[in-house]
Design a protein around this ligand. Structure first.
Ligand SMILES: NC(=O)c1ccc[n+]([C@@H]2O[C@H](COP(=O)([O-])OP(=O)(O)OC[C@H]3O[C@@H](n4cnc5c(N)ncnc54)[C@H](OP(=O)(O)O)[C@@H]3O)[C@@H](O)[C@H]2O)c1
Length: 255
């Protein structure tokens, strides 16, 4: 498969890093500055289209219309278009480039670089021979879930933005532990251990126990965890975090 990336920002670079060594795939990009050295640069969207089977839209939502305006002049008949752009539907893209073009929309996160993303997937019903290959490729890069596009905004808020929300909490813990004078390198190893251990614990028991029960197992009566969890509950952590997700979801819809 010949992959052409329009836009070569954080997410596309993460995808490229994850798959660049896979057999039978070639890669090239076109971006605003065309200044990236890590991949072959095409001098125009037209050159990229001619040399690509799969065209990835990796620009920001505010740039998609101008890119589609150029793309629609190309012969896209046998191409598969994959959009990673938040908040822009398949219908929106088809309105510009034509409803007879095969379009897939995904929402992913930066963990795709390490093969540990959570990715939502939707497509229109225009068949394309590369679609299965792309599905397989994405399945190899983490959890892939097919879902209706109407659910993409809530998915974006939880899994697209999710790593940043979890890291924000981790940063409070990091700042606190740094205060006792441990070297940052060691603090990072400790926090990675905390995340990995929590992930293992969740993975082992999530099918059989609720999250409340998993917390209860950590919180012994009258102990430190119980005190901390009670403080979180009394201060409406559920509501606060629910609002964080609602606001991010609303923003995805507005975009
Ligand atoms: N960041 C995330 O974690 C995340 C998660 C889920 C979804 N997304 C979605 O993924 C998309 C990309 O996000 P990002 O964070 O990777 O963005 P980014 O790092 O800002 O990259 C945007 C890219 O678009 C290029 N570009 C801008 N205008 C262009 C134009 N007219 N023609 C061609 N290329 C143009 C830029 O070119 P230069 O490099 O030359 O400046 C840059 O490579 C967004 O739509 C976002 O909604 C992001």
């Amino acid at each position: 498969m010949r992959h052409g990336f329009i836009g070569y920002g954080n997410v596309i670079q993460a995808i490229h890093k994850a798959v660049k060594n896979s057999d039978d795939n070639t890669f090239g990009y076109y971006s605003k500055t065309n200044s990236h050295k890590e991949s072959r640069a095409f001098c125009s969207i037209s050159e990229l289209t001619i040399n690509s089977d799969v065209i990835w839209l990796g620009i920001k939502p505010q740039n998609i219309l101008s890119v589609l305006g150029i793309l629609k002049k190309e012969d896209l008949k046998d191409k598969l278009i994959i959009s990673i752009v938040a908040g822009k539907s398949i219908g929106f893209i088809a309105e510009s480039i034509g409803s007879d073009i095969s379009i897939t929309r995904i929402m992913t996160n930066l963990a795709i670089e390490f093969g540990s993303s959570v990715t939502a997937y939707a497509s229109n019903d225009v068949e394309n021979p590369y679609r299965n290959n792309i599905r397989e490729l994405l399945e190899g890069l983490g959890v892939l879930i097919e879902m209706p596009e109407k659910d993409f905004d809530i998915f974006t808020a939880i899994f697209g933005s999710g790593p940043a929300f979890l890291l924000k909490l981790l940063d409070v813990q990091k700042t606190k532990i740094m205060e006792i004078g441990i070297l940052e390198h060691d603090v990072n190893r400790m926090l990675i251990g905390l995340l990995a251990g929590t992930t293992d614990y969740y993975r082992e028991y999530c099918e059989s126990l609720s999250i409340d029960r998993l917390i209860d197992n950590i919180a012994s009566k009258g102990g430190t965890t119980e005190a901390g969890i009670r403080y979180l509950t009394d201060n409406n952590i559920d509501l606060l975090f629910d609002n964080v997700i609602n606001i991010a979801q609303k923003r995805a819809t507005e975009i």
